[in-house]
Design a protein around this ligand. Structure first.
Ligand SMILES: [Zn+2]
Length: 248
């Protein structure tokens, strides 16, 4: 695709979003919680293929940047995006720029603690009680199967039809999301929270009312007044955000 674009357009560079922790200084994919990948020098591997600058970032950061510049958080200066999918990712845009910490390995918002000594986290994450263990599609599927409701898709379909057990599972997921939002609101005080990702897109109308109520009730005023909105870019958020990495 890059080669085809270079034939007839001015290409500034290549932006790459990956589902894992990225160390910006070295361009390394350090680890991916939900994929068997460790210490891959991905920026150099991609750069070896093209005569272009390559910028690498976490897919949650890319989604946050995409939603900030072209999606649901357009017009804000400070926004936080959470992506609910196989795992839970996210990104912080502060003063219009991605915030990723000293080594560029933040912001792993799916791995904030919402319950001390809570459920084991997913994949290779060593933590317990992390947001991802409660709000991912994987977690919803596990709880759905335990309850005899089926996988995450089946739980969603049943909730849409008003099945009380399925609605209760999604309400619980919304409450866990709300707990995470309270922490993030009190820490970062953004203007808007954007809920993205496959599960976020499909279930926003089922989980955001509970999450929003908890955010408003439990965050320190006025931090809980942050807008809580569904994403606008759908599955393209990460790709659009990755392209934004190379834009001025
Ligand atoms: Zn974790």
């Amino acid at each position: 695709m890059v080669t085809a674009l270079c034939r007839d357009r001015d290409v500034l560079g290549v932006g790459v979003g990956v589902p894992g922790t990225v160390e910006q200084r070295t361009g390394t994919l350090v680890r991916a919680v939900n994929l068997p990948l460790r210490n891959i020098p991905l920026r150099d591997l991609v750069a070896a293929q093209f005569d272009l600058d390559v910028t690498l970032d976490n897919d949650g950061n890319c989604a946050a940047l995409g939603e900030h510049r072209f999606g649901a958080a357009t017009g804000t200066t400070h926004s936080v995006t959470l992506t609910l999918g196989t795992g839970v990712g996210g990104g912080i845009v502060a003063d219009g720029r991605l915030f990723a910490g000293a080594r560029g390995t933040g912001a792993e918002l799916g791995h904030i603690v919402i319950e001390r000594d809570g459920r084991p986290c997913q994949g290779s994450c060593p933590g317990h009680g992390h947001l991802e263990a409660y709000c991912s599609g994987t977690a919803l599927g596990a709880r759905g199967r335990e309850a005899g409701l089926g996988d995450a898709h089946a739980v969603l379909a049943k909730a849409e039809q008003g099945d009380a057990a399925a609605v209760a599972l999604l309400d619980d997921l919304g409450a866990a999301l709300g707990a995470g939002l309270v922490t993030l609101a009190n820490t970062l005080a953004p203007e808007a929270f954007v809920i993205a990702g496959g599960l976020g897109d499909a279930a926003s109308h089922l989980i955001l009312p509970t999450a929003g109520r908890i955010l408003r009730e439990q965050a320190l005023p006025p931090n809980g007044e942050a807008r809580l909105v569904p994403a606008k870019l759908g599955g393209d958020a990460g790709m659009i955000g990755a392209a934004c990495l190379v834009l001025p």
